[in-house]
Design a protein around this ligand. Structure first.
Ligand code: 1OR
Length: 288
């Protein structure tokens, strides 16, 4: 079994593994990690330590980089090439430059959750387990812990795997609103999906006659903002804070990428919007 290194969250010393590399290599690492969620919240000093510790690993097409069930050694960022991820021989996802894999076993001291195989020749940037745990685990682990318990209370997400919940936690952005703030304005275009951590909001829809309909309000554990993203249509209603409201937002990109498995549930739930008057859904609505 995998033994836990004694890295306390309070241990602020940064590790000092330095693998010498050229400016060109450092630039390639910067571009490979620029869009990676695991790196987004790092401070400059932490980022520098990770970059210092990275070593290049060339791979050949067909090579197995990680085998499901093994102990975790390194975390990898894709510089070049494409990588398939398999769970019990079933392909679940493909990873491209800027993507990464191998963090789960290191963060949670668990066996590798999936097999990763190179589709093409390529290059990876690898970070050893100790460096990874001392830097990334600290930040990301805190964020995941913060949000995972909340995400588990959201009925919509009940069917997701822990690894899927972890990815959603990484992508969440906290948002605060005060009473009467307009969080979403009907008719505008939508860029975010929201889940309510605490507080209450009202849902107001202006229909063609100009009349305003108030739908049932939403509270902690509820979500909103999915319709515009699912249908690529303008916001169908305004969402206004009744109280102080703590939300977590997912960008449209992350919504599409991470909530795919629950799209059907969201579609089914659209019926909750209907009132005696009905909700005027757009022509290209998913209700059809
Ligand atoms: P690891 O250290 O367990 C295998 O080594 C890696 O594959 C794992 O970390 C992740 O970085 C990566 N489930 C489990 N592992 C995944 C998944 C995944 N996707 C990528 N990895 N999925 C769950 C499918 C039910 C896919 C989620 C989108």
């Amino acid at each position: 079994s995998v033994s836990a290194e004694s890295i306390q969250p309070s241990d602020t010393r940064l590790p000092s593994v330095v693998i010498p590399k050229s400016i060109e290599a450092k630039m390639r690492i910067a571009s490979a990690t620029s869009s990676n969620l695991l790196f987004r919240n790092l401070e400059a000093e932490q980022r520098r330590c990770i970059v210092d510790a990275m070593f290049e690993r060339p791979v050949k097409a067909g090579e197995v980089v990680i085998k499901q069930g093994d102990e975790g050694d390194n975390f990898y960022v894709v510089d070049q090439g494409a990588f398939d991820i398999f769970i019990h021989d079933r392909k679940v996802i493909e990873v491209h430059p800027g993507g990464s894999f191998g963090e789960l076993a290191l963060m949670y001291n668990t066996p590798r959750a999936a097999t990763v195989k190179a589709v093409t020749d390529g290059t990876l940037w690898a970070v050893d387990r100790v460096t990874f745990r001392s830097i990334i685990t600290d930040n990301t682990y805190r964020k995941r812990r913060l949000y995972e318990s909340f995400l588990k209370t959201i009925p919509l997400l009940e069917s997701l795997q822990p690894s899927e919940i972890a990815k959603i936690s990484d992508a969440l952005e906290p948002v605060h609103h005060e009473p009467d703030d307009v969080i979403i304005e009907q008719g505008t275009s939508g860029a975010h999906f929201y889940m309510i951590e605490s507080g209450e909001v009202r849902v107001i829809q202006t229909i063609q006659s100009g009349e305003q309909i108030e739908h049932s309000g939403l509270k902690a554990g509820d979500y909103f903002g999915e319709l515009a993203l699912l249908n690529d249509s303008p916001r169908m209603a305004s969402i206004i804070a009744n109280t102080d409201v703590k939300l977590v937002a997912l960008s449209k990109d992350a919504f599409v990428r991470l909530l795919g498995p629950v799209v059907d549930i969201m579609k089914r739930n659209v019926s909750r919007y209907s009132t005696a008057e009905g909700l005027a859904l757009p022509a290209n609505s998913m209700m059809e």
